[in-house]
Design a protein around this ligand. Structure first.
Ligand code: BES
Ligand code: MN
Ligand code: ZN
Length: 504
């Protein structure tokens, strides 16, 4: 996506399409599309002999959010089209709505094969959002709607070319807008990167592949990168991670990426991302209907890697350590089995009552390792439980944690980034369900609230470090095409993590 701030007027600008916001208003009790003054809509309408308002009065276009109407104006303007973008009820405009609008711009441009589009950004606050905030939302929406995973048929499906966007402003120099645009670009590219990693099948995206991606990110962004192979993991006593990996033809690795700001930082953040590159369930084999998408069981790792790529460019004043335990969970003569007892890195022993509860095992050892470096904030991101679907449905990330202020900060970031997130209680009474076997803990609890018990298991390995857990089993994947993209990996919660880290 290219962009340029400009002082030219909409009627003479050299673009394929001019974009106008069209709020839905109530005229005689009926929902009707309207025009705005501050983005030049009314002025352009007058210039076009009220063509736009006539169309809006007579036609089906009602200004609903995400809809648009193309008006061919090539005889009257330098641009070929005016695009009326429905913005819905102006009072209900949320950060999500601006991304939906951005996605509509992409679809409109695609329909008329526009390469260059132009719009005026209004100076005032709309729906509580400043011009830079709105522009960031619009750009993210545009880029995310454009995303395709076309790596496996490169010639057949050409990705639509990136749009060039002209943004009308009173002054050419506007650092706040430029920052917002640069940030939108970095964050949305990172989101697309996470999507691709999730979409890649497990024969391509192996633990080693994730390690290679981490090395490349480190090289590009001048980060430090350590890859611990199986032998190193044995020395580090990470036996839970090794146990999950022992039934696979590809060896497990632990990835450690390290970002340090130029100047001193108050917060030291540790991010831990579950990197199970394929989860068959192990001997507690998944039914085939649940297995097909399990190449996406490394979405936590994908989000953490993509966030590091973004942070290397945005360079916030915090230190960030990213840890990714990467492995497959497979069936094999050497695989771990139900009833096995394994000593974790922390010394607590774990009885495997279900080999499909592997995520918490690889995370437990990694959290224990991360805590040793004494971070001030610890966040893990994992496709941990299918139960999140029953708790919060298809689009939410569940957040649980030992530190309410950290949870609150993550929720606040998720609202700004327009990635739905909701807290579940870390109910300690359910901890009893993990006890009573031969080992310190079983790897599954008894409560039916599997998202809560999954988090509770992890809580036993974080010590006193302020910690939050993001269960992205549902949010990281979409079975259907949606407003901001195709079926497949969504890139969640990259935008939230970027917003959270930049706000610290
Ligand atoms: N990777 C799965 C969780 C999952 C399910 C992610 C659906 C995405 C979509 C995880 O390893 C798992 O199998 N969890 C089990 C835990 C259970 C055995 C306690 C689950 O949720 O059923
Ligand atoms: Mn599993
Ligand atoms: Zn899993």
């Amino acid at each position: 996506m290219k962009y340029q701030l400009t002082k030219s007027s909409l009627s003479t600008i050299d673009a394929d399409a001019v974009l106008l916001l069209s709020p839905q208003q109530s005229v005689d009790g009926k929902p009707t599309a309207g025009l705005r003054t501050a983005d030049g809509g009314e002025r352009l309408d007058k210039q076009l002999g009220h063509r736009l308002s006539t169309i809006m009065a007579e036609e089906a276009f009602k200004g609903e959010l995400g809809t648009f109407r193309l008006v061919d104006c090539r005889d009257q303007l330098r641009a070929r089209y005016v695009v009326l973008l429905g913005m819905g009820d102006e009072r209900k405009l949320s950060p999500r709505a601006w991304r939906t609008l951005g996605a509509a711009i992409h679809r409109a441009a695609e329909q008329i094969r526009a390469r260059r589009v132009a719009a005026v950004i209004e100076g005032q606050v709309i729906g509580g959002l400043t011009p830079p905030q709105r522009l960031q939302g619009l750009f993210e929406g545009m880029r995310l709607a454009q995303y395709r995973c076309d790596r496996f048929r490169p010639s057949e499906e050409q990705q639509t070319p990136a749009l060039e966007v002209f943004i009308g402003v009173p002054e050419r120099k506007n650092t706040a807008l430029e920052h917002a645009l640069a940030r939108a670009q970095i964050v949305s590219e990172a989101t697309c990167m996470a999507r691709t990693l999730v979409n890649l099948p497990s024969n391509v995206c192996t633990p080693r592949y994730l390690a290679d991606v981490a090395r490349k990110i480190a090289r590009r962004g001048k980060l430090q990168c350590n890859i611990f192979d199986a032998k190193a993991l044995a020395t580090m006593r990470m036996r839970l991670l090794l146990a999950v990996g022992q039934g696979s033809a590809v060896p497990p690795v632990l990835i450690h990426l390290r970002y340090r700001p130029a100047k001193g930082a108050k917060e030291r953040v540790a991010l831990v991302g579950k990197g199970v590159t394929f989860d068959t369930g192990g001997y507690d084999l998944k039914p085939s209907r649940n297995m097909l998408t399990m190449h996406g069981d490394m979405a936590g790792a994908a989000a953490v890697l993509a966030t590091m790529e973004a942070m290397a460019q945005l360079r916030p004043r915090v230190t960030i350590d990213a840890y990714i335990p990467a492995t497959e969970n497979c069936v094999d003569a050497a695989a771990y089995k139900p009833s096995d007892i394994i000593e974790s890195r922390s010394g607590k022993t774990v009885e495997i009552v279900n080999t499909d509860a592997e995520g918490r095992l690889v995370l437990a050892d990694t959290l224990d390792y991360a805590v040793e470096q004494e971070p001030t904030l610890l966040i893990d991101i994992a496709t941990l439980t299918g139960g999140v679907k029953y708790a919060l449905g298809e689009i939410y990330t569940a957040v649980l944690g030992s530190d309410q202020s950290l949870v609150d900060q993550l929720m606040a970031a998720s609202r700004v980034a327009a990635e739905p997130m909701w807290q579940l209680p870390l109910e300690e009474e359910y901890l009893d369900g993990f006890k009573g076997g031969l080992a310190t803990l079983k790897n599954c609890g008894k409560s039916g609230a599997s998202t809560i018990t999954g988090a509770l298991f992890l809580s036993q390995f974080v010590g006193k470090t302020p910690w939050a857990h993001l269960d992205i089993a549902e949010a990281s994947w979409s079975d259907e095409p949606h407003a901001l993209g195709q079926q497949g990996g969504t890139g969640a919660p990259v935008r939230t993590l970027c917003e959270f880290l930049m706000a610290l």
